[in-house]
Design a protein. Structure first.
Length: 167
């Protein structure tokens, strides 16, 4: 191979790799999976402890169908936990009916969630995930009620609910 061809091939490979990294940088799960979380498991371990639908949502950033989660109708006092690691994420006091078909909250418990920019579907949204295991929860929008004006639109399958114990 001539030196000129070698340089062209090398430059092309570098450009292709750089372009591929640019294109793939915003794929679902890219940022959360790159971050180190307190609870880290292999894909096989996650698949063993989660249902197929929970795995799809929490680990692959899928979305459950609207109006399918029993937690959308949950009205008891208590806490909503991450289905992946059991971290308390949301209080029932912050839950409201947004009419969207997913459990909605106007705020998370302090330090419970992390966020990242999500540029899928040709728009920019704020994705939220569990701060302890990185599991995808849903998205945060600016159309919620007072006092925050935020709507945490959360996949019910990403949550478990624990009612408050009777006093």
């Amino acid at each position: 191979m001539k030196r000129r061809n070698f340089l062209y091939v090398g430059a092309g490979a570098i450009a292709a790799l750089g372009g591929g990294a640019f294109i793939l940088r915003d794929r679902p799960g890219a940022s959360a999976s790159a971050k180190t979380f307190e609870i880290a498991r292999s894909d096989e371990e996650w698949r063993a402890i989660l249902s197929p639908q929970q795995y799809a949502v929490l680990r692959e950033e899928a979305t459950e169908r609207a109006f399918t989660s029993p937690l959308n109708e949950e009205k008891r006092a208590g806490l909503f936990h991450c289905a992946g690691c059991d971290l308390p994420l949301y209080s029932s006091e912050a839950k409201y009916d947004s009419g969207t078909g997913w459990p909605s909250f106007w705020e998370a418990l302090p330090g419970a969630i992390g966020t990242k920019e999500d540029n899928t579907f040709f728009m920019t949204r704020t994705e939220c995930h569990c701060s302890r295991c990185g599991g995808h929860l849903g998205h945060i929008f600016d159309d919620g009620p007072p006092p925050t004006g935020k709507r945490h639109c959360i996949n019910g399958v990403a949550l478990t609910f624990r009612p408050n114990e009777a006093a």
